[in-house]
Design a binder for this molecule. Sequence first.
Ligand code: IPE
Ligand code: IPE
Ligand code: MG
Length: 242
Amino acid sequence: MAELPPLDPKRIPRHVAIIMDGNGRWAKAQGLPRLKGHEAGADSVREAVRVCRDLGIQYLTLYAFSVENWIRPKTEVRGLMRLLHKFLTENEYELHEHGVRFRAIGRLKDMPKAVQREINRVTKATSEYTNGTLTLCLSYGGRAEIADATKAIAAKVADGTLRVKDIDEKTVANHLYAPDIPDPDVMIRTSGEMRISNFLLWQLSYAEFVITEECWPAFREVEFHAALAEFQRRQRRFGDIG
Ligand code: IPE
Ligand code: IPE
Ligand code: MG
């Protein structure tokens, strides 16, 4: 077994967010259809949840399907939705075993009804767990999230429950999809792409970005530890001097 890169137990991040990218390229490199890449990616998700549980990382947020991803070919979108449904059904027991709470954020009403039902069921069944929180971003867009928050804030102003002069950063943060979850400490993107692709635009303000060369299906325990070791080498300043 490959040796795990050493980590400082005192500097384990509280919240890790991941753009799980490169499933299609991974499949292509093996001469497989893209959907096989998504299937293999589901195993990386299970492993990531286990690694977070082992290391005591409280929040893991995974970008699984963006608002933009709906423009992909119908067969791929349908395959992804089927896979997501299967993933929730087949892996619920692991969340119970680990004592990890499940959440989903995004424009969930856009998801197929059967997937929405699974999301609601697993969310409810795991809502009391405190060992960690797995959040899947589904039909998610950072701009859509900020627009939805703006709408909710404007509605409160219109009905007189909120005054314009009281609106500040906290007000905006409190109207995002998961206001109780702290901002990510580190954002990992696999497959070498150096862009944010509309992920958690508000919440990533001060996250460290770690870009890894492996595609998501090849991102397993060793690669996850290596990305966290890279995070631990960074000096966070939050606008202060070093
Ligand atoms: C990430 O892998 C999964 C989703 C966006 C749903 P991709 O499907 O984007 O794979 P590449 O980037 O085309 O290789
Ligand atoms: C970002 O990956 C979305 C998810 C991982 C769900 P994409 O593959 O859709 O991003 P772009 O299109 O390369 O920016
Ligand atoms: Mg991609």
